[in-house]
Design a protein around this ligand. Structure first.
Ligand SMILES: Nc1ncnc2c1ncn2[C@@H]1O[C@H](COP(=O)(O)OP(=O)(O)O)[C@@H](O)[C@H]1O
Ligand SMILES: [Mg+2]
Length: 568
């Protein structure tokens, strides 16, 4: 884990070392000050020239201040760079995860890892490491200077330092444990808040505001409690340090006073020694703080690694399809969403030749949408063979496979952004003409005319500013613009009114003349003019045929047709 932490620092090591060096020089200037103060005091006694010592003191103050400031700016820069690197790496992995893994994760918790946990890395990797190094330098430096003043007093001081070290070493592991819990609690809070925000209207309609507020509030309280545990242990470490230094001060004052009285020690040496003693306080505090930050960073690293260790989908360039329509076959496909999940496909077999319109029908839960998810390779089937264009989908480079497909999800998602961005989302290089044609084909032109800024109108978070039917038409236009070799429409017209549905049915028929179209249909009207219909039930294919043949042959189909397919 420490190694993992350092891997984030490596690209920045030069700036880090430079910043650290400037910090050291600043510290050295600070370190010289008590000595220079001693010269000033000595100069008083000897009635010599004060100019030299005073000039030295001033120079040390100025150089120390400027160099320290430059050093800390560099440190902050490095810190921001480290956070940026960690965020990029994490987000890169998050958007390349497999759908099956993302199903298990909570979006709110993922968000907190990108925003919160990466921020903690900055503290440990910059302040933590560098200040610990400079603190060690200060500590050693101060001790050496003290050794030159008086050995006996140094011994008294070291005894105290050792006691502090022991105490803090006892406290550190507790800080780490509390910190891990605190970060988990923040992630949980993000997850429950996200849950409420994702179903905002349902929360309100259910009168569940109070309950959801309480749930998020409880999570926030847990985060606070765990944060308090960290704070408790951290301040205990601070108190121990402070007390010990006070005790050391009194001890040195007593022993040193006696030695001054007996004439074995100069007053100026005692003053300088006491000043150095207080110089020990910040570095010891920084070392304690550095230790705390290391624990925080380790806990954050653990949460970041959890995501980075998940497998990513193979990367392959999205090569635009040739435009030739491709067919699809399923042969004895067996699939379940997880080992502990029921079998969804139990030997699904059907064949769709290139071109034409094929409808997939069947009761809700029959596994129709799952057919599309497998064709897109969102999940891997366990047994059997799926081919697209006569080629096993496992042999297709993933980017190339998906580039050949146009896909409209069951709930036709629209992303925050303008209407234009949404339409071009799957086909970045479509021309303006193609865009306008797709808009006209899907009857979105009325909408575009009505919107205040036309295509440049923002559609709101998840397209809330559009109606359900408008969202579906946007999703269809988006898929058409991709010029797919195989178009997958999952109940894509379920929310359209009769007029728009009729128009879209014509468009789908048109598209089916150019490419392969596979629709999961819930309306009889979509199905009657399909070239072939695949009837699914209970994880298998029950019958394949045309509307006419199936009405005669298949009982379930007859039943579905009689109820107009309105099953969802
Ligand atoms: N992401 C998923 N994880 C686990 N189970 C799922 C997932 N998606 C669908 N299922 C389950 O798979 C079965 C078939 O779902 P689906 O293919 O969506 O049916 P259909 O589209 O025919 O209504 C259902 O029982 C559903 O609960
Ligand atoms: Mg479905």
């Amino acid at each position: 884990m420490v190694k993992e932490l350092l891997s984030h620092v490596r690209p920045h090591r030069k700036t880090l070392v430079l910043g650290g060096l400037l910090g050291l020089i600043g510290s050295a200037a600070g370190l010289a000050m008590p000595l220079l103060a001693k010269y000033v005091v000595d100069a008083f006694g000897k009635a010599g020239s004060m100019a030299g010592p005073l000039l030295g003191l001033t120079a040390a103050v100025l150089i120390g201040a400027v160099v320290s400031a430059a050093g800390s700016y560099l440190m902050e820069r490095t810190g921001e760079g480290i956070v940026l690197g960690a965020r990029r790496k994490l987000v890169d992995r998050m958007l390349r995860l497999k759908v099956a893994d993302v199903d298990r994760l909570k979006p709110g918790d993922l968000l907190s890892r990108v925003t919160g946990d990466t921020t903690l890395l900055r503290a440990v990797l910059t302040n933590g490491i560098v200040e610990s190094v400079s603190a060690t330098f200060m500590l050693v430096g101060a001790i050496i200077m003290m050794a030159t003043m008086d050995g006996v007093l140094l011994l008294v001081t070291l005894l105290v330092v050792v006691v502090i070290g022991g105490l803090v070493a006892l406290i550190m592991p507790r800080i780490q444990r509390a910190q891990t819990h605190a970060q988990e609690a923040v992630g949980e809070m993000g997850a429950v808040l996200d849950r409420a925000l994702q179903a905002y209207r349902t929360v309100k309609a259910s009168g569940a505001e109070e309950r959801e507020i309480a749930v998020v509030g409880d999570a926030a309280v847990r985060a606070r409690d765990r944060g308090l545990q960290v704070a408790g242990w951290t301040s205990l470490a601070g108190v121990a340090t402070w007390m010990a230094v006070q005790i050391a001060f009194l001890a040195v004052l007593a022993v040193g006073g006696a030695r001054v009285a007996s004439g074995t020690l100069e007053v100026s040496s005692l003053i300088a020694f006491l000043l150095y003693l207080f110089y020990l306080v910040p570095p010891i505090g920084q070392l304690v703080q550095g230790g705390v930050q290391l624990q925080q960073g380790l806990a954050a690293m653990k949460r970041i690694k959890e995501i980075e260790d998940l497998p990513a989908e193979p990367v392959s360039a999205a090569v635009a399809g040739t435009g030739e329509p491709v067919g699809v076959t399923f042969q004895d496909v067996v699939f379940k969403y997880g080992d502990d999940r029921p079998t969804v496909h139990d030997g699904v077999t059907f064949e769709v030749p290139p071109g034409g319109l094929t409808a997939l029908v069947g009761p809700s839960g029959a596994g129709k949408s799952t057919v599309f998810a497998l064709i897109e390779r969102f999940y891997d089937h366990q047994k059997g063979l799926i081919t697209v264009g006569g080629r096993d989908i496992r042999d297709w480079p993933l980017g190339e496979l998906r580039a050949a497909l146009g896909y409209v999800e069951q709930d036709a998602p629209v992303l925050a952004g303008t209407l234009r961005e949404n339409l071009l989302f799957a086909a970045r290089d479509a021309t303006e003409d193609e865009l306008l044609r797709a808009v006209a084909r899907t009857r979105l032109d009325d909408l575009v005319d009505r919107l205040p800024e036309g295509l440049e109108t923002p559609v709101g978070h998840r397209g809330v500013l559009l109606s359900g039917g408008e969202r579906q038409r946007v999703a269809i236009a988006r898929a058409l613009l991709r010029k797919p070799r195989l178009l997958l429409l999952d109940e894509a017209t379920s929310q359209l009114d009769a007029v728009n549905e009729l128009r879209l049915r014509e468009v789908i028929a048109e598209v089916a003349a150019e490419t392969t179209v596979l629709v999961i249909a819930h309306r009889l009207s979509t199905v009657t003019n399909a070239d072939r219909i695949v009837v699914m039930e209970g994880g298998g294919v029950r019958a394949v045929g045309t509307h006419e043949s199936l009405v005669g042959e298949d009982e379930l189909y007859r039943e579905l047709a009689a109820t107009q397919f309105l099953v969802g």
